[in-house]
Design a protein around this ligand. Structure first.
Ligand SMILES: Nc1ncnc2c1ncn2[C@@H]1O[C@H](COP(=O)(O)OP(=O)(O)OP(=O)(O)O)[C@@H](O)[C@H]1O
Ligand SMILES: [Mg+2]
Length: 310
């Protein structure tokens, strides 16, 4: 049975009622999440998207790197036919940049040059993603990606905006209020703790590392023509590597996909992945799976010990 459809069949309906500001127009037909042929969503993930939309709270998504957090926002937005505004957070990003920035330098220069547009301060307000999302004519999805990269004050500075969906622009003396409540996705890699007051305002979901069946579905989405035997051998090797105790960086979904891409591109034979005695061997192109020298050394040691214990 199609996994994606199974998920949608049980929990995939986004039932959203209208209040001001609204996520979707109450008069509009109920939006159904149609799933995505590019993204495998487990039932609990679909439930989380549904719950966040019902609560009208941002969906805070955590999970190991490469487990599809960013892609979730892209796929849900596409499936619901919402434009997606993206805000990729860096260590230097300030909350204010998501609202607006006032370009005082340009205004000063223009006033010295006697440029006409200097009379209207609106010409010097650079609208951030939240401003754009709040004032969009249609409902939009908003991705605040990797919120944990910013400093601790960043989430605290966005509490009111996320809660009330409004903020004040002092320069133009206007209250910017959401016409439609955006569907907000926030991702985090857990590099920093998020403040409790911020967490209270979100619905939380942790994307668990996919089990073997789900992983097969994901691989199938990306490599529909991959030979079953090669997939089975590659998956066994991948989970052997991943389950090795003491790894500094476990390979994740995106690493498996990269590795498979290389195996196909280099035409690596099935035998290179399977040792006749069922013992662990260093896989070809291991650099796609293990990303630091300690992990590679650890893996080689394990293989060496296994070989000597026969
Ligand atoms: N459930 C899934 N269905 C289909 N593809 C997936 C899924 N999960 C991960 N992938 C693949 O893994 C890649 C990485 O996903 P994505 O960039 O969304 O991860 P992430 O969790 O945001 O990682 P990071 O924390 O490093 O930003 C995607 O481009 C996609 O190819
Ligand atoms: Mg990401």
């Amino acid at each position: 049975m199609d996994y994606i459809c199974a998920a949608i069949g049980t929990v995939g309906v986004l039932n959203i009622t209208a209040e001001a500001p609204t996520l979707f127009n109450a008069q509009a037909p109920k939006m159904k999440f149609q799933g995505s042929k590019n993204y495998v969503a487990t039932p609990d993930l679909m439930l989380a998207v549904n719950a966040a939309a019902t609560l009208k709270r941002p969906l805070l998504v955590k999970g190991e790197p490469g487990t599809g957090k960013t892609m979730l926002a892209e796929e849900v937005a596409q499936a619901l036919n919402l434009p997606l505004l993206q805000w990729h957070i860096k260590s230097t990003t300030k909350a204010q940049q998501g609202l607006y920035e006032y370009d005082a330098v340009s205004r000063l220069r223009d006033s010295q040059l006697g440029v006409e547009k200097v009379k209207d301060i609106h010409n010097y307000i650079l609208k951030g993603v939240l401003w754009q999302a709040f004032t969009a004519d249609e409902p939009v999805a908003l991705l605040i990606d990797e919120i944990d990269k910013a400093d601790i004050e960043f989430p605290n500075d966005l509490l009111r905006e996320i809660d009330r969906m409004e903020f004040y622009c002092y320069e133009t003396r206007e209250l910017v209020r959401a016409k439609h409540r955006p569907l907000v996705f926030i991702t985090s890699n857990n590099e920093k703790e998020l403040p409790d007051a911020f967490l209270r305002r979100c619905f939380f979901h942790y994307i668990k590392f996919p089990d073997a069946d789900t992983m097969k579905q994901i691989v199938d989405v990306h490599f529909p023509t991959l030979k079953k035997e090669l997939l089975a051998a590659a998956m066994k090797t991948f989970y052997d590597v991943r389950n090795m105790p003491g790894l500094k960086k476990k390979p994740s979904t995106s690493e498996l996909l990269d590795w498979l891409k290389l195996l196909v591109a280099e035409d690596i034979p099935l035998e290179a992945l399977q040792s006749s005695d069922q013992k662990v061997a260093v896989p070809p192109l291991v650099g796609a799976l293990l990303k630091n020298e300690q992990d590679v050394t650890l893996f080689e040691k394990l293989v060496f010990m296994q070989r000597n214990n026969r």
